[in-house]
Design a protein around this ligand. Sequence first.
Ligand code: FO1
Length: 333
Amino acid sequence: MTQGQPEHIPDPTQRELLHVVVLAGGVGGAKAAAGLYQILPPQALTVIVNTGDDFELLGLPISPDLDTIMYTLAGINHPEQGWGLAGDTFQALEMIGRYGGPTWFRLGDKDLATHIMRRYLRDQGHSLTAITEQLAQALGIQARILPMSDDPVCTVVDTPEGRLPFQEYFVRQRQQPRVLAVHFEGIDRARPTPAVMEALARADAIVFAPSNPYLSLDPILALPGVREAIRSRRERVVAISPIVGGKALKGPAAKMMREFGESPSPLVVARRYADLLAAFVLDEQDTAYRDAIAALGLRVHVTDTIMKTPADRARVARAALAALGWEVVDEHA
Ligand code: FO1
C-alpha cells in the first residue's frame, strides 16, 4: 500500500464504493479538500465548488473558488495567500495598469493563462463543468472538481451604500462594508449539474468544508434540489466548523454573523445546517459549545481544526470521516 492510501475502512466491500463529496468555497474549502485528497484514494474524492463568486474582468471569465481548489489539489497554490499560484508574477497586470485598466483584482501572469483558456474553451461552447475537468486533468488532479452549476449565479451583497457585486465587496472594498443581506442572482433559473446531483446521490460521506456559510456554502445549498438531496442522506453528512474561538478561520464569516445580530460561534453554523447534518467537527477551543450542538441532534467530534500544514489537513479530514463512523488510517502516519 502506498503512502496516503487508506489502510483500514470498516468494511472492505465499502472501500470499493467509498465516495466522499466535499462542498467547498475558496481557501478553507481547498484545505479541507486537500486533506481528504491526501488520505483517500484520489478518485474517491469529488469537490462541489461554489461559483457565486465568479465574474468577468477584462473580458475573461474568472472562477476564483474553482481555481483555488484546482491549484491546491495540484499542489501549485500560493502557500500563504491560499488563492493564486505559487511564485506567480504580475507583469501583465502592471502593463494593464499602464493602460489605465483595472488592477484591484490581482491576476498573476500564470493565473491569467487559466482565465484565457477558460475564455477560449467557453467560446468553443464547452460547459464550465467540461472546462474544469479538462484543466484539472491537465494539472494531474485525479479527484473530480465540479462547479455547482453550469448556469450563471452571481452573489451580491446589500450594504448601507447599496448593492455590491461579490468581488467588489470582497476584494476591492476588503469586506469593510456592513452586509445587510446576501443574494444569489440567477439562482431561480440555475440548476445544479447532473454530475453534482449524481455525486450527492452516491456519496458515502458528504463534508461541509469550513467555508463561509453565507457566501460559500449557501449558494450551493440554494440550488434547486440540493438541500433535499443532502437531507435525504443526512446520516452521511458532517460539517467542519469555520468559526474557531469566536473568529473565522479566514474571511468575513464572523463579522457577518455580528452584522446579522448573532454572536459568532460554531453553534450559529450548526443551527443553520442542523436539518442537513448528522455530525459536526468542533475545534478544541470551542468545547463549551459541545452540549448545545449535541442538543441539536448532531454527533460532535472535537479536534484541533486549524490547518497550517499537510499533517493538519489530514488530521481534520480524518476527524470529519471519524465523526461519520469512518476510520481511515495511513499506514505511514
Ligand atoms: N483575493 C483577494 O483578496 N485579492 C485579490 O487580488 C485576489 C485575486 C484573485 C485572483 C484570482 C483568483 O482565483 C482569486 C483571487 N482572489 C483574490 C481570491 C478570491 O477572490 C476570494 O478569496 C474568493 O472569491 C472568496 O472565496
